[in-house]
Ligand binder design. Structure first.
Ligand code: ZN
Ligand code: ZN
Length: 271
């Protein structure tokens, strides 16, 4: 049983890895397109000269391939990866239901260490999941959909989630500006899912600060500042981020917090 679980986890890591690599490569696309256009222009590909260094037809052909074929190829790759994902989740849930219902007392009950993202929100700062749920540094999950659930419930979204692989969390961080990376231990009843764990209770070990200001992305950070943001359904909330001295110059003292003060309020080590 343990062997089968391990095999499923390994293939899902591959799908996750493929997806990350593909998205990273796609980010280079506009840059390469601009370089290609620049090179074609410099080599005379757009001029009406009789003997340009690069014949006009070649430029048109290269651009057609670049603008037409590559996006198509990327789309096909995305579809293939998502099909792979689906296949893996089906085999995983088959494995889990067998696991969960035939031997409920043998569910993993050990500590599960992982990484995840959290926002910091609220006038009194609190960890805030990407779905908007608030939690403290040492908390037990509750189910907002079914009050009778004691999380985690296998076919419900309740429970604390964490990535097993730091790389997965770092990638999520790169597409969720404004979020912080936290290191957590999960306890109690837990399940292994696609890329990590889902469990009953969670302790936040530490929060990792970005090196640079979350606004200008250039200068070193100075302190936390709170901004008033509009979220879903025109609901306003306070959101904390770290900024440099310049990007936080207009903030009132009551809307700023030092790193140590933030650590004390969140009851978590900030690194
Ligand atoms: Zn639930
Ligand atoms: Zn800045």
């Amino acid at each position: 049983m343990a062997g089968a679980g391990h095999a499923v986890f390994t293939t899902s890591m591959n799908a996750a890895l493929l997806q990350r690599t593909l998205i990273r490569t796609i980010r280079l696309y506009p840059l390469i397109a601009a370089l290609l256009l620049g090179a074609a222009y410099l080599l005379g590909g757009f001029s009406d000269r009789v003997d340009p260094l690069v014949p006009k037809e070649d430029v048109v052909l290269a651009l057609t391939i670049f603008l037409g074929v590559i996006p198509l190829l990327a789309t096909v790759l995305f579809l293939l990866i998502s099909a792979l994902h689906d296949r893996e989740s089906i085999s995983r849930s088959k494995l889990q239901s067998r696991f969960a219902y035939t031997d409920a007392f043998l569910l993993p009950n050990e500590k599960m260490q992982g990484y995840k993202l959290s926002y910091i929100s609220g006038r009194i700062p609190s960890f805030t999941g990407l779905t908007g749920d608030l939690y403290s540094s040492d908390d037990v999950a509750t189910c907002s959909l079914y009050p009778l659930h004691v999380p985690p419930v296998i076919d419900c979204e309740c429970g604390f989630y964490a990535f097993k692989d730091l790389k997965d969390a770092l990638f999520e961080l790169s597409i969720n500006p404004g979020a912080f990376l936290i290191d957590v231990d999960l306890f109690g009843v837990g399940f292994e899912y696609a890329r990590g764990y889902k469990a009953e209770s969670q302790v936040v070990n530490s929060l990792k600060l970005p090196k640079r200001c979350m606004r200008c992305k250039a200068l070193p950070i100075k302190h936390f500042v709170a901004t008033y943001k509009m979220g879903l359904n025109s609901h306003f909330y306070w959101k904390w981020e770290v900024r440099c001295g310049i990007c936080s110059a207009t903030f009132k003292p009551e809307d700023t917090l030092g790193v140590h003060e933030m650590g004390a309020l969140l009851k978590t080590a900030i690194k």
